[in-house]
Design a protein around this ligand. Structure first.
Ligand SMILES: Nc1nc2c(ncn2[C@@H]2O[C@H](COP(=O)(O)OP(=O)(O)OP(=O)(O)O)[C@@H](O)[C@H]2O)c(=O)[nH]1
Ligand SMILES: [Mg+2]
Length: 365
């Protein structure tokens, strides 16, 4: 799947020098990372993000998910090894494994109860059949939150993405990776540094902007995030940007005043560009396991979360949380983060994910 844009933007800029002179003073700082003398619209070659071989990408995904696979599927395989029949004790052990893999208590209960019923009806005889049933059910859960996965793009004006989440989940990194992805898809991208709490936060976004070659709108530390966003949106509208990605400060979902600030930011965006933000993307860190559920719940009470990004699926054994998130919420997972590098962001493909999770060298021959 080539990203999730339905509409190809015309990318026609109405910008001119006179406009620049009028606009720039309103914005404290614009870090224009477009190479000098280069017109973005004419030179960005829409390049497929799937230029790598699909098989190579899949192998990479399975490698990155090794720990979650180790905590889940490898344990299931060890449990089933040498067993010819399924008995109730085996299902008890399976239940324990699923719980430990952060799949969630209710999801686990559903999965194991389903197996118990099938066993009682003599529909389940062989552990390999149970393994396949598990994979199918997990795929079903992953697919359940995936509709509609694609966003309907505005007919006119820029597509605005507001990125939210608790501290340190990977918002800024995901923004950098998304900016790269959209740029490669031929979109003209602008980043807005609305995390004004820390100077380092603005710096981090600028570094990403430089790395992926997109401009960054920023003001000084302590500036009102809504003001930075307002200026950023104005700047983007006048210059015909296709995609605006807004970085917001990390905030604990339990801190009322910070969550109220998010409402205000959301309102300001909507006033400036009716219908925006078109995407409120909540970033969840897979390593925090079940806490992601309460984060999604609390953020959804404050703003209408329209999409999720699940980061740090590499290096964690708690990747099973993604199954629980899909089961609990009707919010599509747009992307998964499988590393710190620019290419470590993948479109979330539920079937591929389940396949990678259940992949073993032995089953592939
Ligand atoms: N391994 C791994 N690390 C990641 C991933 N995504 C982000 N990180 C790392 O997580 C750390 C925090 O990422 P940031 O992007 O700064 O997180 P943030 O949500 O913007 O943090 P605050 O702005 O402080 O709230 C950094 O060290 C990132 O490199 C991922 O998918 N995998
Ligand atoms: Mg950040």
């Amino acid at each position: 799947m080539l990203g999730w844009f339905k509409k190809t933007f015309s990318s026609e800029s109405e910008s001119g020098e006179a406009e620049k002179a009028e606009l720039v003073p309103a914005v404290e700082e614009v870090v224009d990372n477009t190479p000098a003398g280069v017109d973005i619209e004419e030179t960005v070659e829409p390049k497929s993000i799937l230029h790598e071989d699909v098989g190579v990408l899949f192998q990479r995904l399975t490698r990155k998910m090794a720990k979650t696979r180790g905590s889940l599927v490898k344990k299931v395989d060890e449990l089933f090894l040498g067993k010819k029949v399924i008995d109730p004790e085996l299902l008890d052990s399976l239940e324990e494994i699923l719980i430990m893999a952060d799949i969630g208590a209710e999801t686990t209960m559903e999965l194991v109860d389903d197996a118990r019923e099938k066993l009682a009806r003599d529909e389940l005889s062989d552990p390999l059949v149970l393994r396949k049933t598990l994979q199918d059910k997990i795929t079903e859960y992953l697919l359940s939150s995936d509709t509609p996965a694609e966003l309907v793009m505005p007919e006119e004006g820029p597509f605005v993405i507001m990125v939210v989440g608790v501290n340190g989940v990977g918002k800024t990194t995901t923004i950098g990776k998304m900016a790269s992805k959209f740029t490669r898809d031929g979109q003209k991208v602008l980043l807005v540094a609305a995390d004004t709490f820390r100077a380092a936060a603005v710096e981090q976004l600028k570094i990403w902007g430089e790395r992926v070659g997109v401009p960054v709108i920023a003001q000084d530390t302590g500036a009102d995030p809504s003001a930075v966003i307002f200026d950023g949106l104005e700047y983007a509208e006048k210059r015909g940007f296709d995609v605006i990605i807004i970085d917001t400060a990390g905030r604990l979902h339990t801190k009322v005043n910070l969550m109220e600030e998010l409402k205000k930011i959301n309102r300001v965006i909507g006033k400036k560009i009716p219908g925006a933000p078109h995407e409120v993307m909540l970033v969840l860190d897979a390593t925090t396991g079940q806490n992601g559920i309460s984060q999604a719940r609390e953020f959804s009470k404050t703003v209408e979360v329209t999409g999720l990004a699940m980061t740090k699926l590499d290096g964690t054994a708690k990747g099973g949380i993604i199954v629980n998130i899909c089961r609990e919420f009707d919010i599509p997972i747009r992307f998964i983060g499988i590393g710190e590098q620019v290419d470590d962001l993948r479109d979330f493909d539920p079937a591929e994910f389940a396949e990678a999770l259940f992949y073993t060298e032995e089953t592939q021959g």
